[in-house]
Design a protein. Sequence first.
Length: 144
Amino acid sequence: MAMQRVISGRASGGFTLLEVLITVVIFSIGLLGLAGLQATGIKLNHSSLLRTQATLLAYDVADCMRANRGSVAAYEIAMNDSKPPAGGTLVQQDVRGWLERLEQMLPSADGSISLNGNRATIAVRWDDTRGVGDPRTFILVTDI
């Protein structure tokens, strides 16, 4: 007589409901972490975009100053100063256009230009509440 083995149905049973539930919880936590990482990446990417625009705008006004070397001293402007009148001299048009582009491209932006001999210090300040959260300032020091 051959011996027959009795195999219980419990030994090869598959996943239990508890194992599936634990897997779903761990998977959900991983997806939430991935979503948070994505949100942080988007926020920092926007902050980088604003910093790049500030850099380009600072170099833009520096190039305007280089193109009009004879009137460089008239380019000086402080933060919170009012815009020059429309339709004035070339310097006033350059400064007014620069300040308007700052307002259009950067949130709550302002700029200043100070001169020390032939060295210009151009500062661009903007609100970075979507990125780092503090007002940011980019300063360009260049020879004209």
